[in-house]
Design a protein around this ligand. Structure first.
Ligand code: PEP
Length: 262
């Protein structure tokens, strides 16, 4: 964990939890952290519910003063118009979303999102004041053929084309082979790639951006392995899928500082 960067623990719910379940979940997570006397300022918590939950979760966070940031799981490259089924970044900004996940491997794989589409979505997010959480990562085949860093580095270079030096972005290194598999990367593997991704941010946006941008690790993160990742100097947090759907487990991940030596 870099010294001046606020750690970010982000829960990607994917297509899970309807808006009623989302309310119950957010309340339980908040109470669990309060009961444990979690220090709110020590780590930023963000949740990424499905689109249909966003308004309900926004209202709950606001009414109960729950200090979680809100994010969406995707957005359109377009801002408005005849694009049936698409969601504009303008709408997400109106819902107080701070973040939007872009280029998740499930979007790249099941919705054929290319590096060009990802770059256009990054631009769309920034146009509306949303911080893109840019996901990059190699498949098992890429890993065997090119090593761990080549594909994520190329994906990030493409995503950052035309991005301004002062842009507020987050990068998430998510090896595809580690997502949902129960087989996380080792902390050293995550550190090596996250350090290279930080170099890409430095080359594209400059040294200040490289120093302030949070680079997350994602892929089978759980309470039992989070502390190891967070000890690494270039890992500034985690993007968590499955384990972010279990309130006690997600709270334990958020409270990683309580685990030995972090
Ligand atoms: C993800 O989908 O972004 C993810 C990291 O999933 P999981 O934590 O379940 O591997």
């Amino acid at each position: 964990m870099g010294v001046n960067r606020l750690p970010l623990i982000a829960g990607n719910w994917k297509m899970n939890l309807d808006h009623l379940q989302a309310v119950a979940f957010v309340q339980k997570l908040h109470w669990t952290l309060k009961d444990a006397k979690h220090e709110e300022d020590s780590v930023e918590v963000a949740v990424f519910p499905p689109f249909t939950d966003l308004r309900t979760v926004q209202t709950l966070l606001d009414a109960d003063k729950i200090p979680f940031a809100l994010g969406a799981q995707d957005l359109s490259t377009k801002d408005s118009g005849a694009y049936t089924g698409e969601i504009s970044g303008a709408f997400l900004a109106q819902l107080d979303c701070r973040y939007v996940i872009i280029g998740h491997s499930e979007r790249r794989e099941y919705h054929a999102e290319t590096d060009e589409v990802v770059a256009a979505k990054v631009q769309a997010a920034l146009r509306h004041g949303l911080a893109p959480v840019i996901c990059v990562g190699e498949t098992a085949e890429d890993l065997e053929k090119h090593g761990a860093a080549a594909v994520p580095v190329a994906q990030l270079e493409a995503a950052l084309a035309g991005v301004a030096a002062d842009a507020d972005i987050v990068v998430a290194y998510e090896p595809v082979w580690a997502i949902g598999s129960g087989q996380a990367a080792t902390p050293q593997q995550a550190q090596d790639v996250c350090a290279k991704l930080r170099e890409v941010v430095g080359s594209a946006l400059g040294a200040d951006a490289a120093a302030r941008t949070r680079v997350l690790y994602g892929g089978s993160v759980k309470s039992a392995n989070i502390a190891g990742f967070m000890r690494e100097p270039d890992v500034d947090g985690a993007l968590v899928g499955g384990a972010s759907l279990v309130a006690d487990e997600f709270a334990a991940i958020i409270r990683y500082q309580k685990h030995v030596g972090v």
